[in-house]
Design a binder for this molecule. Sequence first.
Ligand code: NAD
Length: 309
Amino acid sequence: MTRIVISEFMDLPAVESLRGAFDVDYAPELVDDRAGLLARVADADALIVRNRTRVDREVLAAAPRLRAVGRLGVGLDNIDVAACEAAGVAVYPATGANSLAVAEYVVATAMVLLRGAYLSSNDVAAGQWPRTRMSQGRETAGKTLGLVGFGGIGRMTAKLAQGLGMRVLAYDPMLPPDAPAWSEAGVGRRELDALFGEVDVLSLHVPLTESTRGLVDAARLARMKPDAILVNTARGGVVDETALAAALRNGKLGGAALDVFDDEPLRAGSPLAGAPNLILTPHIGGVTRESNERVSSLIAERIRAFFPA
Ligand code: NAD
C-alpha cells in the first residue's frame, strides 16, 4: 500500500480522506523530531509538510521510495526543489489556497497600525483615558498601498485594499509593463526605490531569493515616509530586522507588522522586542480555519491524483 507520512498539522477531514486508499502516518510532532522523521520516511512514497520540515538531501537519502512532496502552503524555501527534481520527486505547493488569509492579514494590520487606537486596551483597562494621544489615528481610505511582488497574494491584497478606497502601486520586475494584470487590477507600476518613497503602507509579497534577501534595508527604510507602515508576510530574510527596529525606535517609521522572521521561532532578545507600534505574529498570515481546509484538501487531492488507485 502506498505510504504517506504527514509531518506537520493538516486539517483532519483531509487526513481522513486519504486513509482507506493509503497507509497514512499522521505525525505532526515529527516536525520537531528530526531523527524520528528520518526513520519514518524510510518506506514513505509521499511526504506532506508545511513550512518547518526541511526537505533536503538528508531526507531524500533517508527516503529511497519517495515520489511526491505536498506542501501545505506556498513558498518552497524549506524544500530543496533542485534536489527533489534530481531524485525524481514531484513537489506540489498549495498555490492560491491561502492567499485570501494573507491578504486579510495585510489590510487588517495596516488598518490597526494606521488608526493606532486599537492598541490601547491595557491603558483603558488600567483606568487611563488616552483619548488625546489616540485622536491622531488615520483613516485607510485615500491612502496609498505599495506592493513589492504582484503575484497571487499581491493581487488579492490589491483587491481588498481598493475595496477600502486605497490607491495601489506595485513593483514586480518579472511582470512586463504591458502585462494585462496591471490594467485589469487598476494598479500603477513603479520602480522599487520610487515605491518606497511614495506609499503610506508597504506590503511584501515576494519569495525569498538571492535578489530579495535584505531588500528592505536601512537605506530603503530611510526612503519611506516617517509615518508609513511596513507589513511583511513574505519571508523573514527580506527585511533587515535590526534596521527596522531602529527605524521604529527613532520615529523614522510609523509602524510595522511582521508575520515572518529571519529565524523562526524568533529568539528572545531580538532587537525587535519592545519596539513601538510593532505587531508580531508567529507565521500565521496564511493560516485560518478556512484556509487550512482549502490547503489540506487541495494537497490531499494532488496526492490522490499522483497515486491513482
Ligand atoms: P507568487 O509566486 O504568486 O508571487 C510572487 C511574485 O513575486 C511574482 O509575481 C514574482 O514575479 C514576484 N517577484 C519575484 N522576485 C521579485 C523581486 N526580486 N522583486 C519583486 N517581485 C518579485 O507568490 P504568492 O502566492 O503571491 O506568495 C508570495 C510569498 O508570500 C510566498 O513566496 C511566500 O514566501 C509568502 N507567503 C507567506 C504566507 C504566510 O503565512 N505568512 C502564506 C503564503 C505565502
